[in-house]
Ligand binder design. Sequence first.
Ligand code: ZN
Length: 291
Amino acid sequence: MAGYSGITAGYLILGDRPCLVETGTATSAPVVRDALASLGVGPGDLATIVVTHIHLDHAGGVGDLAGFYPEAEIVVHEKGARHLADPSRLMASARMVWGDKLDVLFGEMSPTEAARIRALGDTGSVDLGNGRTLSSHYSPGHAKHHVGLIDSGTGDLYVGDAAGVYLPQTGDLRPATPPPDFDLRTALDSIALFEALGPQRLLFSHYGPVDDVQATLERSAEELRVWVDLTRQAHSAGMDLDHAVAMVRDRTRERYAALQADDATAEQFELLSGAPSNVAGILHWLDRAQP
Ligand SMILES: [Zn+2]
């Protein structure tokens, strides 16, 4: 993503019906195509492209990849489906948030033919072939169009951003609570749902697989509570966004080895889950919940 490596993960599930989970950004789409080619998956081979949610770091490449793989069905939660068919509103709001940085970070999402999109409800299923399925479970909190997906063959759970972001170099985990959808109750419910699914492994979109399921999901919930508690204090004290971010960043710094490490690691961690976006999302939720 944007020339950085180790920011956005896409996962290829090989089998009778190869399935790509997450596309990454539009600018990453050619990288993904080359990676699939190197793994023997050609233009006619990919059966499914599924995204955990429609944020541009997860689904920005859907339109381009749908073009590269004409046989692939595009699978997404029903609350996100129309934005993949017509990304104009999604792109306009992303441009308001990111400004000129949008082009460098994400690029432009291309539309996907509506007939190729399959919308998921609260639960759903992707056929991986040979009796193996990928089951989807609606998991809002980070975004209202978010699903987690568990592989019946391996017990791998694709958590998207619903369990936060994980930095493999240091084992740090930070919440992902951007505006406008963040909601604490539903976010905690989604983490509890993931626990109840009994996964063997968590596959983070940012970034990579984690084997220690129980401890990691407990950490996800704890991180959410810490960030919400601190942001609530800032909110009660009447701080503006900049002061709230500075306070929360300062009070959480010691929790993360990445911020004690070299500059590049700290920068990568901040790019994965920026304090300004997290605090803004929690403030937005607090204002909605307690106007
Ligand atoms: Zn993300």
